[in-house]
Write a protein that binds this ligand. Sequence first.
Ligand code: IPM
Ligand code: MN
Length: 347
Amino acid sequence: MKTYSIALIPGDGIGKDVTEATWQVLKGAASRGDFAIEGTTFPWSCAHYLETGAMMPPDGIETLRKFHAILLGAVGWPAEVPDSISLHGLLLPIRKRFVQYANIRPHRLLPGVQGPLRSEGFDILCIRENTEGEYSGAGGRVHSGTADEVAIETSIFTRIGVERIIRFGLEQARTRRKKLASVTKSNAQKHSMVFWDEVTDDVAKDYPDVEVSRYHIDAMAARMVLAPESLDVIVASNLFGDILTDIGAAIQGGLGYAASANINPDRSMPSMFEPVHGSAPDIAHLGIANPIAAIWSGAMMLEHLGEARAAADVMAAVESVTARGIGTVTSKDSTETITRAVLAALS
Ligand code: IPM
Ligand code: MN
């Protein structure tokens, strides 16, 4: 029997609740399928930082490398550890070191979930560049604390980085409605974003069957609200993709439904699956976090591992639960109620 070893990093706040819920569902899916999953839990989090002085041990990346995939809950507890430390000590290094350059985020309404828009029939796949661009971390500060202080944050766009994410987006479009929207701000940012457009045009020549359109980020933000049904696959830089996927989450009913996969497409290193939402300190420990975004991310993990049938079963279970109005209203149903309902629908 195939056995997948999964690294579980529940992290902070509601990350712990939704990871536990997701693991139960994935275990349920495995027990019905012909594969097994084995989880190893790592306590890496802000609490771990306060205890040890580090978000993860120095050999954390090496430890994770041997797993088939990583399931992560949420990282951050800003009241005690600044986000600039917690995220740069755990989440962002995992994305970068494992070259998880494609961040995939699906945006569609689950049955029974009410979105804020009139339009209900949208199905958008956002592909966010996940390792460079505006979040490269290149920069610095000089003359700190003085009136002459300067802060520089440099975006880095490489040909390899842009080419591979555009190609990934085009491949995804090919499996769907064959439309790719490339998002830039090339009217104002005349170096990096013009470069992005040029690379897009080059790579698109290999995909004559995909209709490629260009949008500026501001116009795309409006389009996602006004005409989301006109969109299929969106490809965007790290910052632009980060912002657009919160719009995507909003139009699909909220962050409780927004799933994501950080993919290493050549599979040389593990990929990581996590809900888009954060640790939500305000509702942590209340047991009311919606686990659907995390469970959906878990289904994306099964799909990535090659267990497409189990992934489809999990999504069918989630959809049958939301169709019955369970997990569709913020904080109405407990994490446990929703998880039990998904498990029941699965069997
Ligand atoms: C996300 C989050 C992270 C990101 C933060 C927490 C660094 O907002 O996954 O969208 O911007 O990548
Ligand atoms: Mn974000």
